[in-house]
Write a protein that binds this ligand. Structure first.
Ligand SMILES: Cc1ncc(COP(=O)(O)O)c(C=O)c1O
Length: 375
């Protein structure tokens, strides 16, 4: 089985990259950067976009711009890429890890409520793999308790909840354009927001403490330089133009695949929340249960049959070596601890294949459920 390789690029990336190369500005002050920020933000129903050189510093930037730091706690899911938690630690606050839902792969709103205390300042919800965390409930919890709600939407470019873009529900939405993401520029990130004050503060921090309309050499706060280069913006502009079509292809293939993999009791796919109206399908996530076959054998069998598959993270965030000595709080997380034993994902390039390859993928999944190595 041959799947498209990733990243995908074409003439448009080359054209835009060349235009940057020929210009006198290769850095973050090239107009393409601002144009991309605007396009990406408004495409996700946000008024402002602040780009940066990756999707880890965007999380740190959001927390810093909100004044989150020493003495504060931030509630995060027990399962995510490390940045969701390390961003909290790096601004000097304490991550409070809470459990995810049994099949949502996302932070459980009830567990958030249980973890709120006098030092809680913010909630970071990750929209994991292919599905939103419950932004309605989390937004309400944050409003009721006067907390900041940040969306780590690193996986969900272009996705919508009730017709509204990912990242536009919290005070800030953070995206990553790292090499494997559905929009990528090798490295890259962006914060989007509808909060003008927040956007001014975040942009100023990311741009050496400058303020819009003021002189280049006047610095109003201790900022830093997080700016994305024009090369990144050039590639991302082209990637954005292709996103719609790729999302449609992935969504169609998911429908075909899931229809073919019914009556396979070993697999429980990640929930698709009814209010999610579009997904990026960054990862097709599932949990695997069988009396006879282990999750690792299931994944190995899929790989042997030519279908890329990744066993889930090997540990929860709080089980990482760094959180054996870094300050953190971990609530009991039985679901998260079960996921690390039984969950898996297929990467989005599998879903970018020609639709007529899906029956072969489905057959490989069925074979793998039996622990067989060949189709
Ligand atoms: C959920 C999540 N948050 C944040 C990041 C960090 O993004 P970056 O790699 O661009 O720093 C990633 C991934 O790479 C991620 O998966």
């Amino acid at each position: 089985m041959t799947f498209p390789s990733w990243p995908i690029s074409g003439d448009r990336e080359e054209e835009l990259l060349r235009s940057v190369l020929k210009s006198p500005q290769w850095g973050g002050f090239h107009p393409l950067v601002q144009e991309f920020e605007q396009r990406f933000a408004s495409g996700h129903d946000a008024r402002f976009g602040i780009s940066a050189f990756n999707g880890t510093v965007t999380l740190e930037l959001a927390l810093e711009a909100l004044g989150v730091g020493a003495g504060h706690e931030v509630i995060v899911p027990a399962i995510s890429f490390v940045s969701t938690a390390s961003a909290v630690s790096r601004v000097g606050a304490t991550p409070v890890f809470v459990d995810i839902g049994a099949t949502s792969f996302n932070i459980h709103p009830d567990r958030i409520e249980e973890a709120i205390g006098p030092r809680t300042k913010a909630i970071i919800a990750v929209h994991f793999g292919a599905a939103f965390a419950d932004v309605d409930r989390i937004g309400q919890i944050a409003a009721d308790h006067n907390l900041w709600f940040i969306e780590d939407a690193a996986h969900l470019h272009g996705a919508q909840w009730n017709g509204r873009g990912a990242g536009s529900f919290g005070v800030a939405g953070s995206f990553s354009f790292q090499n494997g993401k559905v929009m990528c520029s090798g490295e890259g990130g962006i914060l989007i927001t509808n909060n003008e004050d927040f956007s001014r503060r975040a942009r100023s921090i990311a741009n050496q403490g400058r303020q819009e309309g003021e002189s280049f050499y006047k610095h109003f706060r201790v900022g830093t330089n997080l700016r994305m280069t024009a090369f990144q913006a050039a590639v991302l502009t082209a990637q954005w133009e292709r996103l719609e079509e790729q999302m449609a292809r992935r969504a169609a293939n998911v429908r075909i695949l899931k229809a073919l993999v019914t009556d396979v009791p070993e697999i429980c796919w990640q929930d698709e929340p009814p209010r999610m109206t579009r997904s990026s399908w960054y990862l097709l996530c599932g949990r695997f249960h069988s009396e006879r076959v282990t999750r690792d054998r299931f994944c190995a069998s899929l790989i042997a049959q030519g279908v890329p598959c990744t066993p889930f993270y090997p540990h929860t965030l709080y089980q990482n070596p760094m959180y054996q000595h870094e300050n953190c709080v971990a609530a009991p997380c039985p679901n998260a601890e079960a996921y690390i034993r039984d969950a898996f994902w297929l990467p989005h390039r599998v879903l970018l294949a020609e639709p007529d390859l899906m029956p072969a993928v489905a057959a490989a999944i069925q074979q793998a459920c039996l622990g067989l190595q060949t189709s």
